[in-house]
Design a protein. Structure first.
Ligand code: NDP
Length: 337
């Protein structure tokens, strides 16, 4: 039994010393329990927040505790009446290759799911986030301009594709030419810009010649600075994530832009709303699952996953996620099914 614990809290970007791989004997299911074998572990930006003890919407991981995370597992041993050996479940068992569960919180995925790892991505938390944030807060209408960054990640890629289904003109923002090509050629975005380009803000102004009606905020920082002056009257800004800031240890250097932000919100009557997916929308999961299931089976939504083999690779892969080294939804393949 292998598990990765939080060894120490990072200051700034996490490094390998913040994690520790531990080994112990394989757990054994007790009465009313199942032994789960992890096949896939999801790595997600929110995990950076759990590594810090700053107050947030969720409790931090304690030092020396196992890193949290969504997993797709197979039941290896069952002493629980509702679970059979071999069946697949979506769980939240964290960075380890075995876990015990009393069944609470497990979502059954069946005996032979077609693409079990999708439950961590387009058919799971990130896809649901894209769906609710865009449709409920963003309120897209045909002909509007939608801008989304982290455009090839599981949230951004899904936001942009749902935007296209709703008739929007979709502008992606991503790190590097290869990601931008993918956003246009595979995901069907109208444009995609590299935020690392020197003249990124000018390029954005050029492609958004009708302004921006919806900015789906995934990253913050200089991308938001470039977006703010382009927002149209009555623009909507679902505030989903601020990944460019997750490793920051202090506020960015001046000038102070708060009054610029507030006056833009006022004068242009902009609606900005943060959301935490399961806290705010947990009750609407079925609606999402039905629509997304249909779109995927009709080939209307494309999905790219980056599988990295081996639990011991999780720390490096996670560190890279916060720097844009992933390409597609980052998933650790912990074991063969
Ligand atoms: P991704 O797989 O897209 O990974 C994060 C991406 O952010 C990187 O690949 C990188 O893409 C981009 N990025 C990193 N640093 C910067 C930077 N300085 N400037 C611009 N872009 C940067 O992540 P997800 O799709 O899983 O998540 C996207 C966002 O959604 C995150 O902010 C996450 O926290 C948030 N989220 C919020 C939820 C909620 O309930 N509110 C739920 C789920 C996710 P690139 O190389 O293209 O720049």
């Amino acid at each position: 039994h292998q598990r990765i614990v939080l060894a120490s809290r990072p200051s700034g970007a996490p490094n390998a010393d913040n994690f520790r791989l531990e080994s112990s004997s394989k757990p054994v299911a007790g009465d009313g329990q199942v032994l789960l074998r992890t096949i896939y572990l999801s790595l997600d930006p929110y995990m950076r927040g759990r590594m810090s003890d700053a107050k947030s919407y969720a409790e931090p991981v304690a030092v020396n505790d196992i890193m949290v995370g969504g997993t797709v597992c197979q039941v290896e041993e069952s002493r629980h009446p509702d679970f059979e050996v071999g069946e697949w479940v979506l769980a939240y068992t964290g960075w380890q290759n075995y876990a015990l569960s009393d069944g609470e919180g497990l979502l059954k995925l069946g005996k032979a799911p077609a693409a079990p790892s999708y439950a961590l991505g387009v058919m799971g938390m990130p896809g649901f986030t894209a769906y609710m944030g865009l449709l409920d807060i963003g309120q897209p209408k045909a002909g509007e301009t939608l801008v989304v960054a982290a455009a090839t990640g599981p949230v951004g890629a899904t936001v942009g594709q749902i935007g296209k289904l709703k008739g929007c003109r979709v502008i992606g923002i991503a790190g590097g030419a290869e990601k931008c090509r993918h956003a246009k050629e595979v995901l069907g975005f109208d444009e995609c810009l590299d935020h690392k380009a020197e003249d990124f803000a000018e390029q954005l102004a050029r492609v958004c010649d009708q302004g921006i009606d919806i900015y789906f905020e995934n990253v913050g920082g200089k991308v938001f600075d470039a977006v703010l002056p382009l927002l149209n009257t009555s623009a909507r800004v679902p505030v989903c994530g601020l990944v460019s800031q997750y490793n920051a240890t202090e506020l960015p250097a001046g000038p102070d832009r708060l009054s610029l932000l507030m006056s833009t919100i006022l004068v242009k009557r902009i609606k900005m709303q943060g959301f935490i997916i399961f806290d705010d929308y947990g009750h609407r999961y079925e609606e999402f699952a039905k629509d997304m299931g249909d779109w995927l089976s009709q080939g209307k939504i494309q999905y790219k996953e980056q599988l990295v083999e081996g639990l011991e690779q999780a720390p490096q892969a996670f560190i890279g996620l916060l720097e844009g080294k992933n390409f597609g939804k980052l998933v650790i393949k912990v074991a063969e099914p």
